[in-house]
Design a protein around this ligand. Structure first.
Ligand code: SAH
Length: 363
């Protein structure tokens, strides 16, 4: 039977305190539990030996600390790791660990599958299975941290988080924001908003809501086309919220940035589709028309897959696209694809189970 016990990893500190008050337990016990779950990254009540055995047993009957199961782990030749997990009700959750020389990034999922039908993305083929709970969001990151650094082990470079796995984070807004709040606690994972980036395909009302948050992460917007006709085809969400509305919302957001802060547009480069000099010129003109100044463009070479009708732009084309943007005063960066060989790169998360992919030993 599927567990429907409340997932305590998704409880805020205040909610844990209330829960414990209901059990007749003092506040400091709730703080101990919070530290056990998030600071020490323990996966079961049994390990929390600073709580009495009676309390641990009582908790175990009424609540859960972990609900995900790691089904497989894949390791890329570039060191990237993909974790394919399952929720208690059998839905896939994918999380990717991306090491670089001076920082480690975890790319997590906000939904199982995705309802948006971006034409160039493999995750779209899954459709939406369901929203992840705050507990499931926090748990997938905790599992990866424990796997990489050992249970409760220090993270040598700190951790950056990106909400760029399966799903559209802004269609699971409340759970996402709650999970991020829990993870920012200094007695817990202590991943502060400045180290987090949330990426949206353009859910305009939520960009407005996000702009009003006091402590909020960085924002990235997936654009991938400089005009509506093309964007309608590549990203059907554009029919609901077309480019002008999207960039007006981006401008409202930009006005809330502090000095020195910026935000990002992601642009997936599709060979022969959206990667000509004219597209780059149109893109620069679009940003100018909306008076967007505190922006940078991340150029993502397309990650191909059999079921997708697109091919990546050539490296020369990518470089040229960047040059054209820069000549027009727009900062652009080329992102190096990571973990392509294990279906871990952008747009490749589709719960792929491949016997011929290298699995991490020990599973
Ligand atoms: N739904 C959100 C979060 C996912 S982020 C969003 O769309 O922003 C995933 C990023 O990978 C997005 O910028 C998306 O445009 C990009 N992407 C999707 N498929 C891709 C592919 N096949 N190759 C490269 N990038 C891809």
């Amino acid at each position: 039977m599927v567990s429907i016990l409340p997932h305590l990893r998704g409880f805020s500190r205040a909610e844990l305190t209330d829960l414990f008050a209901g059990l007749g337990e003092p506040r400091f016990r709730a703080d101990q539990l919070f530290r056990g779950l998030h600071g020490r990254r323990l996966m079961s009540f049994e390990e929390m030996t600073d709580l009495s055995k009676v309390l641990r047993e009582r908790l175990n009957e009424t609540a859960a600390t972990a609900t995900l199961r790691v089904e497989s782990k894949y390791i890329s030749e570039d060191g990237t790791r993909r974790f394919l997990m399952r929720t208690a009700d059998g839905n896939p959750v994918e999380t990717v660990f991306i090491p670089t020389e001076n920082r480690d990034t975890i790319c997590f999922s906000s939904q199982s599958g995705c309802p948006l039908k971006c034409d160039f993305c493999l995750t779209a083929k899954l459709g939406l299975l369901r929203n992840l709970t705050a507990g499931e969001i926090v748990e997938q990151i905790t599992i990866v941290l424990n796997d990489v650094y050992g249970v409760g082990g220090e993270t040598p470079h700190g951790t950056n988080l990106v909400a760029m796995g399966e799903g559209e984070p802004f269609l699971n807004f409340d759970n996402l924001i709650k999970a991020l709040e829990i993870m920012s606690d200094e007695h817990g994972l202590h991943i502060v908003p400045g180290r987090v980036t949330v990426s949206t395909a353009g859910v305009v009302p939520k960009i407005h809501e996000f702009a009003k948050l006091e402590r909020r992460p960085n924002l990235a917007i997936s654009l991938s086309a400089p005009e509506d006709r093309l964007r309608d085809k590549l990203m059907p969400i554009n029919k609901r919220w077309p480019i002008d509305e999207l960039l007006s919302a981006a401008k409202v957001f930009e006005r809330t940035l502090k000095r020195g802060e910026r935000f990002t547009f992601e642009y997936v480069l599709l060979g022969g589709v959206n990667d000509t000099d004219e597209h780059a010129e149109q893109l620069a003109a679009l940003l100018r028309r909306h008076d967007l100044r505190k922006v940078k463009i991340n150029l993502i070479p397309h990650n191909p897959a059999e079921q997708l009708d697109y091919r990546p732009s050539t490296p020369e084309r990518v470089r040229r696209f960047k040059q054209v943007l820069e000549s027009l005063g727009v900062d652009a960066y080329i992102r190096t694809p990571r973990g392509r060989d294990i279906f871990a790169a952008c747009g490749q998360l589709a719960a792929k189970q491949e016997p011929n992919l290298v699995q991490i030993a020990g599973l």
